[in-house]
Design a protein around this ligand. Structure first.
Ligand SMILES: Cc1cc2nc3c(=O)[nH]c(=O)nc-3n(C[C@H](O)[C@H](O)[C@H](O)COP(=O)(O)OP(=O)(O)OC[C@H]3O[C@@H](n4cnc5c(N)ncnc54)[C@H](O)[C@@H]3O)c2cc1C
Length: 430
């Protein structure tokens, strides 16, 4: 019986409730669980799922990996704007976690980590039990800073002003708002100051909504109200698309820092400019590291993001806690993207396996990034970059001459974009 098959059978028998995983109350390993070296992964998104799989793979399936994630399945943010545009469904961007357990023996626990005790190396689940770890990987994504926009928390709770910046039911709710909007109405998206999750994401979303309006409600408008001084990613390309593909429909306004929403009146207020009214308001507030990272005291960069050692992604304040993805304080020119989170995870997984085995950690890691944006249902533009670790500065820097941007949108890049999505889903979860 090969190793993978053995793991598959082990995982199958281990699947299900926490008790049957042998993890319940297992501060010291739990009855029936061999006291193996354990990596606990918090968050099954792009960073966490990839890290869980790669710690298993790179350790020759010797390290026990437990992944805690509250959602039933992985729902991808990349491509989720196409659900708003109407050319894709939520089912098209949903991947089950079964692959991680069946093919790689990752023990997936459907729960939320409520607190972490770095001194005792314990994570407490919202349902009560705690899990011991030797190394903890934290990839909780972003927390939306509701209080940065007055009235937004209440408006979101009432379902009137949505964000849909975590793909799932809110993506569908926003799509329904767009469908219900009369022809001649206005959709407005507000963008916070960088850094925020996915620099080109809001501009891609504007294109997707415009693409839907162009056929379904051609008298409608898309307003982009950006706190930044200019488009933060692929600016020239997006502006050309808005002017040529959606003339008179998409309007871009920089320097619009949102301070408040009035859901009843349908208005947004800004630090400097006058109020704007819209039929569908899609207000993105400022963002910070996922709540569990902030709560654990790891957000030591402006109380928002987590500084890490870029050789192993270990928090600079908590030993054996490795933070990945959107939650970290970025290196120069590094975007908060799924591709990056996936790459962080591989560097971290290799370092974790090396450290747990007493091997040397790779002193020269490399990261790559490609972000594709759909400007309609089929045509796509991209930005790409390569980032190398610069030991003298203890950070990643882009490799001179690497990467670049598309010259124009094309259907061929649309094919590449879909292949990128399928490949990264298989890489992280398959
Ligand atoms: C509309 C949109 C479009 C995008 N398009 C692209 C794109 O085309 N290309 C690209 O590269 N990137 C894109 N991104 C960015 C990308 O989605 C993020 O950068 C990526 O998801 C970051 O990965 P992560 O692991 O940090 O967080 P996530 O993928 O968000 O994963 C975090 C996970 O942690 C879980 N979690 C949080 N707290 C806890 C806890 N206490 N206990 C247990 N689990 C917890 C959450 O449920 C979640 O599953 C897009 C984002 C958006 C919003």
């Amino acid at each position: 019986m090969n190793m993978q098959r053995r793991e598959l059978l082990k995982a199958a028998s281990a699947a299900g409730a926490l008790g049957s995983l042998g993890l319940a109350g297992c501060a010291t390993g739990g009855a029936g669980v061999p006291d193996k070296t354990r990596v606990l992964v918090v968050g099954g998104g792009y960073g966490g799922a990839t890290a869980a799989k790669y710690v298993r793979l790179l350790s020759g399936y010797k390290i026990d990996v437990v992944l805690v994630e509250p959602n039933d399945a992985f729902v991808s943010c990349p491509i989720s704007n196409l659900v708003l545009g109407g050319s894709k469904t939520l089912a098209d961007i949903t991947v089950p976690y079964a692959g991680l357990s069946a093919a790689h023996g990752v023990r997936v626990v459907k729960d939320t980590v409520a607190s972490i005790d770095p001194a005792k190396k314990l994570a407490v689940l919202a349902s009560g039990p705690s899990i011991r770890y030797d190394k903890l990987v934290l990839s909780p994504g972003v927390e939306l800073m509701w209080d940065s926009v007055a009235g937004l928390r209440e408006a979101n709770a009432q379902g009137t002003v949505l964000q849909a910046w975590k793909a799932g039911p809110e993506t569908l709710a926003l799509r329904r708002q767009l469908e219900a909007m009369p022809d001649g109405g206005v959709y407005a998206i507000t963008i916070p100051e960088a850094p925020y999750r996915c620099p080109p994401g809001p501009y891609e979303r504007a294109c997707q909504v415009a693409s839907y309006f162009k056929t379904a409600k051609p008298r409608s408008k898309v307003l982009i109200l950006d706190a930044n001084p200019d488009v933060t990613s692929k600016g020239g390309l997006f502006k050309k698309v808005w002017a040529e593909q959606y003339p008179g429909m998409v309007e871009y306004r920089p320097q619009h820092k949102t301070t408040a929403v009035d859901a009843k009146a349908g208005t947004v207020k800004f630090e400097v400019q006058g109020d704007v009214r819209a039929d569908v308001l899609n207000v993105l507030p400022s963002m910070r590291a996922g709540a569990i990272a902030v709560q654990t005291g790891l957000a030591n960069a402006n109380a928002r993001w987590c500084h890490v050692n870029f050789l192993n992604f270990e928090s600079t304040v908590a030993k054996d806690i490795h933070v990945l993805g959107d939650s970290i304080q970025l290196a120069p020119a590094m975007p908060k993207s799924a591709h990056m989170a996936n790459n962080h995870a591989k560097v971290a997984a290799a370092a974790i396996v090396a450290e747990l085995n007493g091997w040397e950690v790779n002193p020269a890691p490399l990261l790559t990034n490609t972000c594709y944006s759909f400007v309609d249902a089929k045509n796509v533009i991209h930005v790409a970059s390569v980032h190398e670790y610069v030991a003298a500065e203890k950070t990643f820097k882009t490799v001179a001459g690497s990467g670049g941007v598309s010259s124009a949108p094309s259907e061929l890049e649309g094919v590449y974009a879909w292949n990128w999505a399928r490949t990264i889903w298989a890489d992280a979860l398959g």
